[in-house]
Design a protein. Structure first.
Lengths: 333, 210
């Protein structure tokens, strides 16, 4: 691990101002915020991340879960994953988020990992994590050995010829389906970012994963007011029963009115280069009866455009079945 | 669970022998640069303490471990795990993968279980840290330690302190009554020997006495 200066910023403004001195807020940032440390310290031990300054934000007042003014929920940046997953309001009104978070990592890691850290969770692509290998995300222009290499766990949606790294988060999949908003304190003030706009597709710049700029500190996430009567499910399929990243997952928020689907929100994990919302599948369901045939059609729509590589073509059918089964689970919930 | 290392007739234990041999070798190889005292004993703190040789870039911190404040000097890169083992010399906490994947390093911070390999020592000032040494003693085992003994919840024992720290924390967490719920909440602790059925039995014995 490279040496760094450890700093506890006095307040949010000071944290943002110091971070603004970094050339980038993306891969290779010179200044990093640390809260849980579960992703960052792991990558620093591998020399994938080499910040010269570490800003410990655990002392900042960002650790509350509160009712938002519009009837939604305000979740602080440093709220621990376990506290969010087990919060009574989240369990009652945003069950898909609680389920997704409890399906992620281990009990120890959930006690450490934070809301903002999970938003910025890095890919598990083995080439990204190994500095002996080329990787366009880690070293722009060096190449992507994953495209013709060990890509069984990698993405089939949102990929490019530069990068097929999967976004590994479970929390983000649920937040995509719940249409969360991310709030940032930046060098030029505060701003709100719609969840779907926060993560970027790799395109030709896979080193750029989010819209964050130097100095941007995520302060909190808001969830819109709960959808009355919505049925919510998170289904995660993986190589072992627990403590494993998704091969495919689905977050479903479904409203059934007078026997037909009146509203559907669907997002997928384990298959996309970013948390993957499936608007085509949602549109295919509205006005339809909640039955197997319609769920299968929606699942088909969700995977349209999927691009398989040498080892991960199985994910297309797996993700289809995951979405269809999660929809049927939600309809029965 | 075995008692503390049994002293030999010469008064040495396996651990003190290895520490002495290791630091003697280090002294020979890096004369003038050794940072570890040959005579350090468990829980005493060693040369990285305030009176030890200077480590470039080290910072002074106070950590509260098992109810006792300890003034330490550590490189900011030092994980809580390495600080507990190498600086404070409480070696019950084990290093397995060092990447948050195995759970051998599990300790409690403010009563909650965490992977001590993925947090820095400097980030834990002001926190109440509990290691396996703070849970029970050979003469007064924590009920979970006694249950691991009774149920044979280990073979080689390397993962055991992490398993027990997780299991003790689990008692205060939301967890269903069935074995499946216990297995789910214990999935962050890997046992290479595969003692899982007995570990689950030990935990259930403590949760459902009698």
């Amino acid at each position: 691990m490279k040496t760094f200066e450890y700093i506890r910023p006095a307040n949010i403004g000071a944290a943002s101002a110091t971070a603004a001195q970094s050339k980038t807020a993306q891969q290779g940032a010179d200044v990093r915020f640390v809260a849980g440390g579960t992703t960052l310290l792991d990558l620093m031990k591998l020399n994938v991340e080499t910040p010269s300054r570490m800003l410990d934000i655990n002392g900042l007042p960002l650790d509350k879960i509160e009712a938002a003014q519009d009837g939604g929920l305000k979740i602080g940046a440093t709220v621990r994953n376990s506290d969010l997953a087990n919060h009574p309001t989240v369990k009652r009104d945003y069950a898909v988020l609680s389920q997704a978070m409890l399906a992620g990592a281990s009990a120890q890691l959930r006690n450490m990992a934070t809301t903002a850290g999970n938003l910025l969770q890095r890919t598990r692509c083995m080439y990204f994590r190994d500095t002996a290998m080329p990787c366009n995300k880690r070293e722009p222009g060096s190449g992507c050995p994953a495209i013709n290499g060990a890509n069984r766990s990698l993405a089939i949606l949102g990929t490019s010829e530069s990068c097929i790294a999967t976004n590994p988060s479970d929390m983000c999949v649920a937040m995509a389906a719940l249409e969360a908003t991310i709030h940032v304190q930046g060098a030029k003030g505060v701003r709100a970012i719609a969840f779907g706009d926060f993560h970027l597709l790799p395109g030709s710049t896979p080193e750029r994963e989010t819209v964050l700029e130097p100095g941007d500190l995520i302060t909190h996430v808001t969830l819109p007011p709960p959808i009355a009567g919505s049925k919510q499910v998170y289904l995660k399929l993986r190589d072992r029963a627990s403590y494993e990243f998704a091969l495919a997952s689905a977050a479903i928020v479904l409203t059934i009115t007078d026997g037909n689907i009146s509203r559907a929100r669907i997002a997928m994990g384990g298959v996309g280069t970013k948390p993957w919302r499936a608007p085509e599948a949602e549109a295919a369901l509205v006005g339809q009866a909640p039955n197997q045939a319609n769920f299968a059609k929606a699942a088909e729509a969700a995977l349209r455009g999927a691009k398989p590589r040498s080892e991960n073509a199985f994910k297309i059918e797996l993700a289809r079945r995951c979405v269809a089964h999660a929809l049927s689970m939600a309809a029965k919930a | 669970m075995p008692k503390h290392s049994q002293p030999s007739p010469t008064g040495t234990t396996r651990r003190t022998f290895l520490m002495t041999a290791g630091s003697t070798a280090a002294a020979a190889a890096f004369a003038g640069h050794t940072a570890t005292g040959a005579t350090a004993s468990e829980g005493q703190g060693s040369a990285a303490g305030p009176d030890g040789p200077m480590i470039e870039g080290a910072v002074a911190i106070t950590l509260r471990i098992n109810g006792k404040d300890r003034q330490l000097r550590v490189d900011p890169r030092t994980t809580l795990l390495d600080c507990i083992r190498e600086t404070v010399v409480l070696t019950g906490t084990k290093k397995g993968c060092d990447h948050g994947q195995c759970g051998a390093c599990t300790v409690h911070v403010n009563g909650r279980r965490v992977n001590s390999c993925l947090t820095l020592a400097v980030m834990n000032e002001g926190n109440e840290i509990t290691t396996i040494e703070g849970v029970g003693t050979p003469d007064a085992l924590h009920p979970m330690q006694a249950a691991f003994v009774a149920c044979d919840g280990y073979q080689c024992g390397y993962c055991t302190s992490g398993q027990i720290m997780s299991a003790v924390a689990l008692l205060k967490e939301p967890c269903g009554a069935d074995d499946a719920s216990v297995k789910e909440l214990m999935s962050g602790n890997i046992c290479r020997c595969g003692a899982y059925p007995n570990i689950v039995a030990a935990i259930q014995q403590v949760r459902k006495p009698g």
